[in-house]
Design a binder for this molecule. Structure first.
Ligand SMILES: [Zn+2]
Length: 317
């Protein structure tokens, strides 16, 4: 594949930095306070890393163009204070960052991967916010471990901590997900809704892989969805996405897990998946089974992916 690193691409309005990588053109807009001299600027390298990580879901980021709008966070103890996706054309990711953040801190913060993961699937509307937030929360650490930014056990440990935050969230306890999801903002039930959704995707992913002997997976269903269905103007609700992703993999698994989730009390149900993954965890420790089936399953989901040489240098399709 022809390498075009260094070629000038037309800038989006306001974009100071342009990156082209693996078929995605990414324009980075820098807000006041974020322009540094070129040598000390971490934004370009961070975004290259984030794009490479996001591509580990299906092999490519299924967006021709993305705008990343970086804004200086007023003052925060976090590297990335807050992130948001706007479904414009092209989609816009807004990240409020520490203006002094260094590259390593940016690469290790999950929020950049979380927001990019949102762009791997259509927005299902605010009533079904659990679906898109669960999806991004499930992938945020997996993208990091697959890209080699954190270890595979670390990805599981962080996922488990997330599920625990969802279980312990005092908001919305006892309400069904169908009922709670539209009220997530009003009732401040973010953790419960996000992580109940993430548990749905973990269970689906594990079942697809185990029940097909590795032929199916969430990644593969997603790749097929990108081929058939992402580039249309169609609006999707979660139930419709469940049906379509099921058609592209194993419909009964998606339907069963959806039914198990949507009208049950909103709480991350992870035990069946953890048993398959060979993970035993409590507040103080996490033990990973050495049984080959469990180890291989964990590796298949969260293990490091080998890099494709054209992705780093900005290959053109
Ligand atoms: Zn999100």
């Amino acid at each position: 594949m022809l390498t075009m690193a260094g070629l000038a691409f037309p800038k989006a309005e306001g974009a100071e930095i342009e990156i082209r990588q693996g078929g995605t053109q990414l324009g980075i807009e820098l807000g006041p306070g974020l322009g540094r001299d070129v040598d000390g600027d971490p934004w370009r390298d961070w975004m290259r890393t984030a794009l490479r990580a996001a591509a580990t879901a299906t092999g490519r980021v299924p967006r021709r163009r993305i705008v990343v709008d970086l804004r200086a966070a007023p003052s925060s103890h976090r590297t990335i204070a807050f992130g948001q996706v706007r479904r414009e054309r092209p989609p816009r990711i807004i990240l409020w960052v520490d203006p002094e953040a260094d590259l390593e801190a940016l690469k290790s913060d999950w929020r950049g991967y979380h927001e990019l993961a949102h762009l791997l699937i259509p927005f299902p509307g605010n009533r079904d916010i659990w679906f898109t937030e669960g999806f991004a929360s499930y992938y945020q650490y997996l993208l990091q471990s697959r890209a080699g930014l954190i270890s595979e056990p670390e990805a599981w440990t962080r996922l488990l901590a997330g599920f625990r935050r969802g279980i312990q969230d005092p908001s919305g306890r006892g309400r069904t997900l169908r009922n709670l999801s539209p009220d997530m903002w009003r009732d401040d039930a973010f953790r419960r809704v996000y992580w109940t959704g993430a548990a749905f995707f973990l269970r689906v992913d594990v079942r697809l892989r185990v029940e097909s002997d590795g032929e199916h997976s969430l990644d593969r269903a997603l790749a097929r969805f990108h081929e058939c269905c992402l580039d249309t103007d169609r609006r999707w609700r979660a139930a419709e996405l469940v049906e379509r992703l099921g058609m592209l993999s194993i419909a009964s698994i998606w339907r069963e897990e959806y039914r198990r989730t949507i009208d049950q009390p909103a709480e991350p149900e992870i035990e069946p998946a953890l048993a398959r993954l060979g993970i035993v965890s409590d507040r103080t420790s996490t033990i990973f089974s050495e049984f080959p089936e469990a180890r291989q399953l964990r590796q298949a989901i969260a293990g490091r992916r080998t890099e494709r040489p054209d992705q780093e240098s900005g290959g053109l399709p």
